[in-house]
Design a protein around this ligand. Structure first.
Ligand SMILES: Cc1cc2nc3c(=O)[nH]c(=O)nc-3n(C[C@H](O)[C@H](O)[C@H](O)COP(=O)(O)O)c2cc1C
Length: 349
């Protein structure tokens, strides 16, 4: 056996791999592939997913015919780098023509692994058979595939984004982000928050103007130079304008319990604010999971009345947080650090 048991077990669990081929002149080519494996062979269907050339003209097929040596690599990425792993197999590839015994068995195997192939006529096309000659691997091959709940991967992967591409965000995605916010925990289940959605340029501009005035006054009060004030205001305004969608999260206290004493009333309000944070975090995580990026701006908290006035909102709403949504222009420049749990957990018994 070319592959160790550990390597074979890892490969069998993977849903996707990359197949590298080269033409007669050695020019490389790589594509992601679905594959199935049995004993000494790895099979790859030439399926009817939309492609602009017949299977016989596919670059990988031509390369295999010209130059049978190929490599296939499957890997696992996780935010916890102790879990990284890959297996690379090198060998020769050949094309199995339809109706041979091995072709039939390979098609059955591929359909067993990917139900999507049931509805595709893969039996009419050749199947690529890779005969492994060498294998190499690295990392934590033996770890279970989902040692972390997927939510932890989302939590680790999410980051605050402050610059966006001018790419539109669909209504459907925004609704799904809000749906996640809707399910946040809240005191007595009262959901003491409301959302305002801002997309139009003029609306975003009105909000930026309103918040800008307050911020200008605050910065001047802090004794910042005129130049710095203008620079910071401009960058904040650009952030609002560049983000395709803004979600303003407001506190809404009308449904909460009323107490005769100030202490309990304060507690009630604090719970509402805590819950608003949970709704915001639900939204940020859902956005990240949906392939969007998001950021959090606290500016409305410092001028809630101005924001209510600028947008014509119900005066019972208290604007607290502004979430920006869109597609990141690039990776954020700042590296995030977190305090260690040893620091954060101050008591264990
Ligand atoms: C209540 C709150 C207010 C925030 N306000 C701002 C803000 O006004 N501007 C900003 O750039 N980031 C703001 N952030 C984002 C934090 O700076 C960011 O979460 C932190 O630096 C950690 O980075 P990460 O979110 O990428 O993990 C805020 C976050 C929270 C929770």
């Amino acid at each position: 056996m070319v592959l160790s048991q550990e390597q074979a077990a890892f490969l069998v669990r993977q849903r996707v791999a990359r197949l590298a081929t080269a033409d007669g002149a050695g020019r490389p080519h790589a594509v992601p592939v679905c594959f199935a494996m049995v004993r000494a062979s790895i099979y790859i269907a030439l399926d009817e997913k939309p492609k602009d050339v017949p299977v016989s003209r596919l670059k990988r097929v031509r390369n295999i015919l010209e130059n049978p040596p190929v490599a296939l690599i499957a890997d696992r990425y996780a935010e916890d780098w102790n879990l990284l792993a890959f297996v690379m197999v090198r060998g020769r590839a050949e094309l199995l023509e339809p109706n041979s015994e091995e072709h039939t068995a390979a098609v059955r195997l591929l359909r067993g692994k990917y139900h999507q192939y049931e509805a595709m006529r893969i039996e009419e096309n050749p199947v690529v058979a890779l005969r492994p000659e060498k294998a190499a691997s690295w990392g934590a091959l033996d770890e279970p595939e989902s040692p972390e709940p997927p939510i932890l991967d989302t939590i680790h992967g999410r980051r605050s984004v402050r610059r966006y591409l001018p790419k539109e965000v669909t209504e459907e995605l925004v609704e799904r982000v809000l749906e996640a916010a809707r399910w946040a925990p809240s005191p007595h289940g009262r959901q003491p928050w409301r959302f305002a959605l801002l997309r139009r340029e003029e609306t975003k501009e009105r909000l930026a103007d309103a918040m800008g005035e307050e911020w200008r006054a605050n910065l001047e009060m802090d004794g910042q130079s005129k130049e710095i004030v203008e620079k910071r205001l401009e960058s904040s305004r650009r952030r609002l304008q560049d983000a395709p969608v803004l979600v303003l999260i407001c506190l809404y206290l009308e449904d909460l319990d009323v107490y005769p004493d100030a202490g309990r009333q304060r507690g009630e309000r604090t719970m509402a604010v805590q819950s608003l944070g949970a709704a915001a975090q639900n939204a940020l995580l859902a956005a990240y999971d949906l392939g969007l990026d998001a950021g959090w701006m606290c500016a409305p908290l410092f001028c809630p009345e101005r924001v209510v006035e600028a947008l014509g909102l119900d005066p019972k709403l208290v604007p607290h947080a502004l979430l920006t949504l869109g597609y990141a222009e690039g990776d954020p420049p700042k590296r995030r650090n977190r305090k260690a749990l040893d620091v954060l957990v101050v008591y264990r018994d």
